[in-house]
Design a protein. Sequence first.
Length: 337
Amino acid sequence: MEVVPELHMNGGTGENNYAQNSFLQQKVIFAAKPIIERAVTNLYCSSFPESIAIADFGCSSGPNALFSVSEIIRAVETNYRKLGHQSPEYHVFLNDLPSNDFNTTFRYLPSFQEKLKEQSIGPCFFYGIPGSFYGLGSNDGKIYMSSTSPPSVLKAYYAQFQRDFSTFLKCRSQELISGGRMVWTIVGRRSEDPSSTDGCYLWELLAIALTRLVLEGVINKEKLDSFNVPYFTPSMSEVISEIEKDGSFLIDQIELSEQHWNPYHDEPNISEAFKNPGYNVAKYVRAGIEPLIISHFGFDKAIMDEVFDRYKEILNEYMAKEKSEFVNLTVSVIKKE
């Protein structure tokens, strides 16, 4: 399936940009740290190459791309120095869709590289690699899978996931050398039911906000019925099945973890601005999906503000009484010989 150019995070420096509304993603990266450290330690326990390549697929825009890269570099440096080896040369490849705001990320590079230099790390070279490694039935009143979605919709989402994930694995197997490591974290689900609420109920709540505007005549019903969020949350067994089907990788480690929808719920001393859970969640959802919504519906800023104001209130109602957590799947694999 062709990836539309509107499928990207909000760029720029405005209040709804991804760079300023991606604290949740940073916490997910931090949670994967032990698995990354283990993968690096196992890879460089006996071999110490002078040059190391690091690729971040889906780097998006802002500091998170460099945060994940810094964690990998830190793990490599700890291992090298512990065994008396000099810092290697790093080549970092930042990949995302061509419409991604790479400029925002690149603005962080001078200070990032200066810090590496001060610590006698590197040299470190960065490359922006725009491009995609991925190319849905009618789902009336919904923008994602739900318990009322017809079987054809559930099958279509799963079939698309299988095609996309297979392509992803094939591409990575061609790029990695034998013994190379890859670690990734994706939003998944515990249940084997793809329409379960532990998949990503966020989209169901956003559909409620949009449906209310349909009832008020603000949005055309046909427009809503034809809008599908290109998002699938696989179960652990579905991920394992696709890896085994591909046959290029050994699974070194796979873990399930949970992350509260509200990234600030356990943060001490937060400012007044972040004490509203619904506001916090609506902000990062808007940063991620606004370009796609504007492209499909043609909303101006006033209507977008109205959609997400309502979404914020719906989120607060739901989160006050229901468990509101993402299920994350972190996978570490080794390229077979």
